[in-house]
Design a protein around this ligand. Structure first.
Ligand SMILES: Cc1ncc(COP(=O)(O)O)c(C=O)c1O
Length: 381
C-alpha cells in the first residue's frame, strides 16, 4: 500500500499508540476527582500541557485542549465574535479557508455579523494589501489559514501578523492544522492571538487538538459545562488523546527539520515526474507552497475514476479535501484561485509525510502513468 493522503490524516506513530494505550489503562481517573486516580490523570494532563506549550513556545496556561481542528476553529471564531461583538461585528477571512472556518463565518452572518472573504491570486494566496483595504473600524477578527489544505499554498502569515500588531483591537486567528511539522511558524513573534492544531495531521490520535490562546484574549466558550480548560472548553478531558497528542507533538517537533528537508526533496522528484506527463496540470504553486501537498488535474477526466484506478495499484490519494471529497461540486478553493471548472473537477491531491519514501514517489508516478493509459481511452469515448 502506498499511502499518499497524509493531508486527510496521518498514520499514528507506534509510540503514540503505546502512550494512548497506557493512558487508557493506567490513567483512567477523571482529572477533576480528588482521589489518587484523579491526581494521576491531572498530572498527566499538566505534563501534556507543558510539552504542548514548549512546542508552541507559549505558556501552559495558553493551551486549550479541544477535539481537533474543527472545534478549535469554531471555538476561536465564534468565541471571539460573541465575546467582542460590542466592539464591532466585522470579521475578515479568506475565500480558501477550510469549511470549519469558512462555514463558521457563514453561520455568524446569520447572527448579524458582517464577513469579508478576501480573494486570492492564481496561486491561492491572499495579499497583505487586500487585507489592509478590508479593515474597518468595526473589524474584530482576522482568520487566515497558514497552509491551504487543498493547494498547499502558504499564506503570508508573518506579514499579516506584523501588520495587525498596529491594530491591537483586532484579534488574529490562524488555522495551522496543515502546517505543524511541515512549515514552521512562530506564534508570538508573528503576532498570532489564536492558533488551531489537530493531532491526527501529525501522527497523533484522531479527535484531539489544541487551540492556543494568547494570554489576555477572552473567548465566549462554545461549550458550557463543568468549566474544564479554564472555562474555555467544558467536558471531561480526553486524557489518552491529549497524552498521545503531546507525544506526537514532541516527536514531530524533534524530527521537523529533517522531515521537511526530506519532503522537499520528494516534492521536487514528484513535480519533475508529473511534468513529464503531458496531460497533467499542476495546480500547486512551485514556490511558496508546503512540501507535503501536490494538487494536480487531468482536464477532461473524472477525478474519482482516477482515484479508483490508482487504488488498483495500491495507491491512495484524494479528490479535494477528505471532508468534502464525497460532494460532486468542484472545489470552492480551486475555483477561488481562478482555476477553471473543468480543471477543478478533474483534480486530485497527493499528500506526503516525513515517512513517505522516494521509492513510493517513484512507484506513484509509474502507477499514475499506467492508470492514465488504462482509463484515458474510455474517458475520451
Ligand atoms: C486546514 C484544516 N483546518 C481544519 C481541519 C479540520 O481538522 P479536524 O479533522 O481535526 O477537525 C482540517 C482537516 O482536514 C484542515 O485541513
Amino acid at each position: 500500500m502506498i499511502y499518499l493522503d497524509n493531508s486527510a490524516t496521518t498514520p499514528p506513530y507506534p509510540e503514540v499508540v503505546d502512550v494512548v494505550q497506557k493512558a487508557m489503562l493506567s490513567f483512567f481517573g477523571n482529572p477533576s476527582s480528588l482521589h489518587q486516580k484523579g491526581v494521576e490523570a491531572e498530572n498527566l494532563l499538566k505534563q501534556a500541557r507543558m510539552v504542548s506549550a514548549q512546542a508552541l513556545q507559549c505558556k501552559p496556561s495558553e493551551i486549550i485542549f479541544t477535539s481537533g481542528g474543527t472545534e478549535g476553529n469554531n471555538a476561536a471564531i465564534k468565541g471571539v465574535a460573541f465575546q467582542y461583538q460590542s466592539r464591532g461585528k466585522h470579521i475578515i477571512t479568506t475565500a480558501v479557508e477550510h469549511p470549519s472556518v469558512y462555514d463558521a463565518a457563514g453561520q455568524l452572518e446569520t447572527f448579524g455579523f458582517d464577513v469579508t472573504y478576501l480573494p486570492v491570486d492564481h496561486d491561492g494566496r491572499v495579499s497583505l494589501e487586500s487585507l489592509q483595504q478590508a479593515i474597518r473600524p468595526d473589524t474584530i477578527l482576522v482568520s487566515i489559514m497558514h497552509v491551504n489544505n487543498e493547494l498547499g499554498t502558504i499564506q503570508p502569515i508573518k506579514e499579516i501578523g506584523t501588520f495587525l500588531k498596529l491594530h491591537p483591537r483586532i484579534l488574529f486567528h490562524v488555522d495551522a492544522v496543515q502546517s505543524f511539522g511541515k512549515v514552521p511558524f512562530k506564534m508570538k513573534e508573528w503576532g498570532i492571538d489564536l492558533l488551531t492544531l489537530s493531532a491526527h495531521k501529525f501522527h497523533g490520535p484522531r479527535g484531539v487538538g489544541i487551540l492556543a490562546k494568547r494570554e489576555g484574549v477572552t473567548l465566549h466558550p462554545l461549550l458550557a459545562g463543568g468549566g474544564q480548560e479554564s472555562g474555555n472548553r467544558s467536558g471531561t478531558e480526553n486524557i489518552p488523546g491529549i497524552a498521545g497528542l503531546a507525544k506526537a507533538l514532541r516527536m514531530t517537533g524533534e524530527t521537523q527539520a529533517k522531515s521537511i528537508a526530506h519532503m522537499q526533496k520528494l516534492a521536487e522528484v514528484l513535480r519533475a515526474g508529473l511534468m513529464e506527463i503531458p496531460e497533467c496540470v499542476i495546480n500547486t504553486p512551485q514556490t511558496g507552497s508546503a512540501p507535503h501537498i501536490m494538487n494536480i488535474s487531468f482536464p477532461g477526466m473524472k477525478a474519482e475514476v482516477l482515484v479508483h484506478a490508482l487504488e488498483e495499484h495500491g495507491i491512495m490519494v484524494s479528490t479535494k479535501s477528505a471532508c468534502s471529497s464525497k460532494a460532486q461540486e468542484p472545489s470552492r478553493v480551486l475555483l477561488a484561485a481562478g482555476i477553471k471548472r473543468e480543471q477543478a473537477i478533474a483534480s486530485i491531491r497527493i499528500s506526503l509525510s516525513g515517512q513517505t519514501s522516494l521509492e513510493e514517489i517513484n512507484l506513484f508516478v509509474s502507477g499514475l502513468r499506467e492508470s492514465l493509459a488504462r482509463i484515458s481511452p474510455y474517458m475520451k469515448a
